[in-house]
Write a protein that binds this ligand. Structure first.
Ligand code: ADP
Ligand code: MG
Length: 588
């Protein structure tokens, strides 16, 4: 067929106008887009070849080559993937079929600056080549077609493009970018290599570049004939679990997190179903300095089919798990997904829920193993049969949960107010000190298991520190009766507990609130004595009430004290003294 000039679909023209007339916030992304197209083309070939191995012709090793020519000022991305026929080139490069790009178009505001920012976030697939090029030539031959049915497509990125048949023996596609005058920075081995390293390192194909060597005579680097891979072509998370050693997992974590310490635990899974993704999540051993900053960056990197999309993808993890590090690789999201789109995506919601479930399951597991040596010796004194190997594995993890909890326990509590769906699971993960343990290792389930007969609530007290909690006069009656009280000293406890009214059917009750009702544990006699005392002291109470009018709402006789003459309590639903103090400190 002779040369033809065709017009772009109206939307493409509009898009190209924007691409070429707006400032890009991140021009480097063009290479990510083109390399990812090359990689997609290879995936497509591999897929079609499942039914027709002849499509591989005599080049079964799929690869991407990135080359530049300083004199011609061109940058060429070549793949030996599926390629395009002439009709396909017209169709795929002349119209917009992608929903993501359409969506992007519908969001344009008409305000240059704002839209430019939007493009930067989105990337616009093939057309992003026009960020750096004022002319793009695509040469291609579809796998299976004869060399005579190659195609050349050329466009200057305005209203139209040219296509013609060419002779092309090589299967696959070359995208030749004729760089704009001010974009010659991309004619650099180092520059291209570093962009590939950043965005495309985990593409599973080798991305090759010509080697460079220093030429002393010319005193410059000169390209060699030999090609070498510039990516590691190795997405750890895409490999099978059984092929990855603990050391490799730990090494990957260090690269990911810049944390020198090995992680406490990790979980690696391929999730299938309506939303498909791979998750590799790590629990760090140490909390970062800025953990308490609510703007602390999320620790999840998002990839789409092994192409890096973004760091700190906060939409993939709830805020109270912002300290989890890891990688999510989605098979469903479009490459050009933006942060805003992530917030709205149903797939992302499913991934976030899956990630949350996974992290909580890891923590449950660590918590269980923390108690393992005790549990193995069943309550009846009969030792369960445990293999040596299991025992060794379990022992290795002893103490990990308490170590975790010391670092991250407080931030985990934020989840009680944030993640209602998982509140029960979170409640099981909480640990406190108590009147029976100075160490923060009492779980609500432990507490329940040793509640007194007839005890109807889980009692707790909040205070600034352990000493203050332990010395509170409000504990006197509980001590006397041998009832355990949880001692809560984290700043968030008060707030967190306001979201947790019960645990496993048992209400949580502050010993500093209201008239503590000990229910069946209250002696009848004591109760009667208190009632009698209230009668006897009524005139005293009236006088106290009158003189404390502006300071106290009520004055009453209590059975909660043993040695102390008086104590302050708040109403059942009132703000506790501890919270009131915190708010006052915060200037409220
Ligand atoms: P997307 O990759 O999201 O489909 P692009 O704008 O990046 O959108 O590419 C548009 C289409 O052009 C692709 O879907 C594909 O059909 C075709 N295409 C682009 N690059 C190549 C290539 N290197 N080999 C084969 N086809 C390609
Ligand atoms: Mg693409």
């Amino acid at each position: 067929m002779s040369k033809q000039t065709l017009s772009f679909q109206a939307e493409v023209s509009q898009l190209l106008h924007l691409v070429t007339h707006s400032l890009y916030s991140n021009p480097d992304i063009f290479l990510r887009e083109l390399v990812s197209n090359a990689s997609d083309a290879c995936d497509k070939l591999r897929f079609e070849a499942l039914n027709d191995a002849a499509l591989f012709e005599d080049t079964p090793n799929l690869e991407v080559r990135v080359a530049f020519d300083k004199d011609a000022k061109t940058l060429t991305i070549t793949d030996n993937g599926i390629g395009m026929s002439l009709a396909e080139a017209v169709e795929h490069l002349g119209t917009i079929a992608k929903s993501g790009t359409k969506d992007f178009m519908s969001r344009l505001s008409g305000d240059q600056k704002q839209d430019a920012q939007l493009i930067g976030q989105f990337g616009v697939g093939f057309y992003s080549g026009f960020i750096v090029a004022d002319k793009i030539t695509v040469e291609s031959r579809r796998a299976g077609l004869p060399a005579a049915e190659g195609v050349r497509w050329i466009s200057g990125g305005s209203g139209d493009f040219e296509v013609e048949n060419i002779e092309r023996p090589a299967r696959g596609t070359s995208v030749i970018l004729h760089l704009r005058e001010d974009k010659s920075e991309y004619l650099s081995h180092w520059k291209l290599k570093s962009i590939i390293g950043k965005y495309s390192d985990h593409i599973s194909l080798p991305i090759l570049m010509q080697k460079e060597e220093w030429d002393a005579e010319k005193s410059e680097y000169v390209q060699q004939d030999a090609w070498a891979a510039v990516n590691s072509a190795n997405a750890l998370w895409a490999r099978s679990k059984k092929d990855i050693s603990d050391e490799q997992y730990a090494e990957f974590y260090k690269n990911l997190s810049y944390d020198q310490e090995a992680p406490l635990a990790w979980s690696h899974n391929r999730v299938e179903g309506s939303t498909e993704y791979t998750q590799l999540l790590y629990i760090p051993a140490k909390a970062p300095m800025d953990l308490w900053n609510r703007d602390h960056k999320a620790g999840i990197k998002l990839y789409v089919k092994r192409v890096f999309i973004m760091d700190e993808a906060e939409a993939l993890m709830p805020s109270y798990l912002r300290w989890v590090k890891g990688v999510v690789d989605s098979a469903d999201l479009p490459l050009n997904v933006s942060r805003e789109l992530l917030q709205e995506s149903r797939d992302v919601k499913a991934i976030r829920e899956g990630n949350t479930r996974r992290v909580l399951a890891m923590l449950e597991d660590l918590a269980k193993k923390d108690a393992a040596p005790k549990a193995a010796e069943g309550a009846d004194g009969v030792t369960d049969v445990v293999s040596e190997e299991d025992k060794a594995a379990a022992e290795k993890d002893v103490g990990k949960y308490s170590a975790f909890y010391a670092e991250f326990g407080a931030v985990l509590k934020e989840g009680l107010g944030e993640d209602f769906a998982n509140r029960e699971k979170l409640a099981k993960l909480l640990r406190f000190a108590s009147t029976q343990s100075d160490v923060v290792n009492v779980g609500l389930a432990d507490y329940k298991a040793r509640m007194k007969e007839g005890q109807q609530a889980i009692y707790y007290i909040t205070a600034d520190n352990l000493a203050a909690a332990k010395n509170s006069p409000q504990l006197e009656v509980f001590r006397k009766k041998g009832i355990e009280v949880l001692l809560m000293t984290d700043r968030v406890d008060e707030w967190a507990l306001s979201h947790l009214h019960e645990f496993d059917g048992t209400p949580l009750q502050s010993v500093a609130k209201g008239a503590v009702d000990l229910g069946e544990l209250q002696d009848e006699e004591e109760k009667k004595a208190a009632e009698a005392a209230a009668e006897t002291f009524r005139p005293v109470l009236e006088r106290l009430k009158e003189s404390l009018k502006d300071k106290a709402q009520d004055v009453r006789v209590t059975t909660r004290l043993v040695d102390s003459p008086a104590c302050l309590v708040v109403e059942d639903h009132g703000m506790s003294t501890q919270l009131a103090r915190l708010l006052k400190q915060a200037g409220q």
